[in-house]
Design a protein around this ligand. Structure first.
Ligand SMILES: [Zn+2]
Length: 77
């Protein structure tokens, strides 16, 4: 009865995703990412681990870390 093609599952997965608001706001290169790298699972919070791809995850983490670093007081330069 049910012929579930893995590719279709993947596609519907992607459709259930939404743009990561966090990355969208903080990454100036966000529009240049592959569409799949911009998406997070829509039923999740917009965290690094909600990203569908390794690349999206890494970029999100980098943004988080750079934001933390920016908040730290600059020590004697
Ligand atoms: Zn993100």
């Amino acid at each position: 009865m049910e012929h579930v093609d893995p590719a279709v599952i993947k596609r519907s997965d992607t459709r259930s995703g939404c743009l990561c608001e966090f990355c969208k706001q903080l990454d100036p290169h966000f529009p240049k990412r592959r569409p799949i790298d911009q998406l997070v699972a829509s039923n999740r919070k917009h965290t690094a681990s909600a990203h569908f791809t390794e690349d999206g995850y890494v970029r999100h983490r980098v943004l988080e870390l750079s934001r933390i670093a920016a908040r730290l007081p600059q020590s004697a330069a």
